[in-house]
Ligand binder design. Sequence first.
Ligand code: DHB
Ligand code: FE
Length: 282
Amino acid sequence: MARLTAGVATSHVPAIGAAIDLGKTQDDYWKPVFAGYEWVKQWVKDETPDVVILCYNDHASAMMLDIVPTFALGFAEEFEPADEGWGARPVPTVFGHPELAGHLAEQLVLDEFDITIMNHMDVDHGLTVPLSLVFGQVSEWPAKVIPLAVNVTQFPTPSADRCWQLGEAIGAAVASFPEDLNVQIWGTGGMSHQLQGPRAGLINREFDNAFLDKLIGETDDLRKITRLEFLREAGSEGIELIMWLIMRAALGQKVDMLHRFYHVPASNTAVGHLVLKPAEES
Ligand code: DHB
Ligand code: FE
């Protein structure tokens, strides 16, 4: 059977992708950011998954705003890096896993999640920057990827509790897939940041670190965070943290924390990064 072996959370700032692609990772500004990802880059060499279920958001760059699915699951054989206005990032094509994606979709619909099936989808920095941070600069990605794009761009975005429920359903669906696969789930985006308006540049270390504490420990409060609270405490783009909740819920009741990193700022964003694995008893 397939096994969900670990969860990874990370911010997905586009400027991080540019720093990697332009060879600036050792510049004074970027060095401390990339130092926080050395651990995961080593760890993943021994723990390379067969498949990553990658919860991210499109930034109206690949999907535009004509159609805004709440939860969109990638069914395609391959996904190309999106052109976000400066040309596509020079990173490999992302290969999917249509069999596991089909199983997930079937189980999720049976569980009454009305997900959107994406037979074609380009993937923006929300997905490719985390791949670069974890796998480095490679000629091909070492794992298949099932993109799960979540609407955080246009109201109404899904609630924290709905994302939690979806994560639980994904965890159960992976466990019932008959093939022996090592599967990881990743949640990307956040942490606190606001890119526009009078509060542009907002960062809330206290909120972010309490959020990290709860992901590792007592999770009940996380499901109750409202859209307004995300907006008020973590800025207009802080809502991206709902993708972390899908990741966390999929791992079961208790987790062991393998790595934790927090750094302010990278571009306009507080960078957070966690590596978790399901605790033995959960
Ligand atoms: C920034 C962060 C994001 O998550 C994003 O999607 C776009 C920009 C930033 O910090 O600049
Ligand atoms: Fe983003």
